[in-house]
Design a protein around this ligand. Structure first.
Ligand code: LMR
Length: 340
């Protein structure tokens, strides 16, 4: 039997042809950037809006354009109630929903952040998000095909209505718009108000037409959605916190080549620092904007009035132990030094 050894030249030629065939699609692929659609529901001039744009700038710069980030603010791509499903289906690659919006995904533990008066400020909150609780919540999210990349701040909440609202009795019978969190529903009920879950994009009109009487939010969300045009009173209650989890689709995330993924992750880290550094200033300036508009009266809540609110609301913690997790609540208490 004769064996035909291929000549070295033929082998090289064949190899080159194969390499060419393989290299071409790779080159073509390398030229087409990986696109990250980043959808969110707030205005660009907010801590989250600016954080998303900073992430775009850093990720595109550091990957030298191999990753392109398209930011869609103001519910222009997906609104509340749509965006989580869109992420799971891969129609969008990145979101930063408020921590109050993870319940419908089956992640009820995230509602621990909605417990009234559980945090006095962002520093206390960071002790939780930067510690084992923050990591454990992201681990849970992975079971839903979602990777948590960062926690972003907005800030402490205010209440608004068309009548002065200082103490619990003032809230009786008011229809108050809330995010999709049972804890927030219980909070409004504890004040004698009627909670109404509603997408953020619909709040301005609902306030304008009287579908709801009032709402709670941070000053930056309140001002940039022009809610001051349709609400007469804003009470500085600081009764709760709004912050975000920046999340991505796990399959998408794992499909990014490791070198690029590291660059994107580093861009997220720096964008997170930026967003968290500007959050307080953005909210202070927004409150000043509301004040200057002269359309909404700002009510300063006295320590006595705050104590009344706290007394009415703190029972919401116990009421939600089964939903949120008794141990989880205890861990947060420990991290922040909270005492009932
Ligand atoms: C809301 O729905 O009230 C806000 O939390 C929206 C946001 O993303 O800040």
């Amino acid at each position: 039997m004769t064996i035909n050894h291929p000549s070295r030249r033929n082998v090289l030629a064949a190899g080159a042809a194969v390499a060419g065939a393989v290299a071409m699609p790779f080159m073509a692929r390398a030229q087409a950037p990986i696109v990250i659609k980043f959808s969110h529901v707030v205005a660009e001039q907010t801590p989250k809006g600016k954080g998303a744009l900073k992430f775009k700038e850093l990720a595109e710069e550091r990957t030298k354009g191999r990753v392109k980030v398209e930011v869609y603010p103001n519910s222009s791509l997906f609104k509340d109630g749509e965006e989580m499903e869109a992420l799971q289906l891969g129609s969008v690659q990145m979101l930063a929903p408020s921590l109050a919006k993870f319940g419908p995904l089956g992640l009820r533990e995230f509602e621990v952040f909605d417990l009234p008066f559980i945090f006095d400020n962002s520093a206390e909150l960071h002790k939780v998000t930067d510690g084992p609780v923050g990591s454990a919540l992201f681990k849970k999210a992975e079971n839903k095909g979602v990777v948590g990349l960062a926690y972003w701040d907005n800030g402490m909440k205010v209440m608004s209505a068309n009548k002065p609202i200082r103490v619990p009795a003032d809230y009786k019978g008011l229809k108050m718009r809330i995010q999709s969190s049972k804890v927030l529903g219980d909070q409004m009920k504890a004040l004698g108000a009627i909670p109404q879950v509603m997408a953020f994009s619909e709040v301005y009109q609902a306030l304008q037409t009287g579908v709801v009487d009032g709402t709670e939010n941070t000053p930056s969300n309140f001002y940039t959605q022009k809610m001051h045009e349709v609400q007469k009173y804003l009470a500085l209650t600081d009764h709760g916190y709004i912050g975000y989890a920046v999340i991505t689709n796990k399959k998408f995330w794992d499909s990014i080549p490791a070198d690029l993924r590291n660059l994107v992750q580093a861009a997220m880290k720096d964008a997170t620092k930026y967003a968290n550094d500007i959050a307080k200033k953005e909210n202070d300036e927004a409150l000043e904007g509301v004040r200057k508009s002269g359309k909404t009266q700002i009510l300063v809540i006295t320590p006595e009035q705050k104590a009344e609110l706290r007394k009415a609301l703190v029972g919401v913690h116990k009421e939600n132990e089964a939903r949120v997790g008794k141990d989880l609540i205890a861990e947060v208490y420990k991290a922040t030094g909270f005492k009932v």
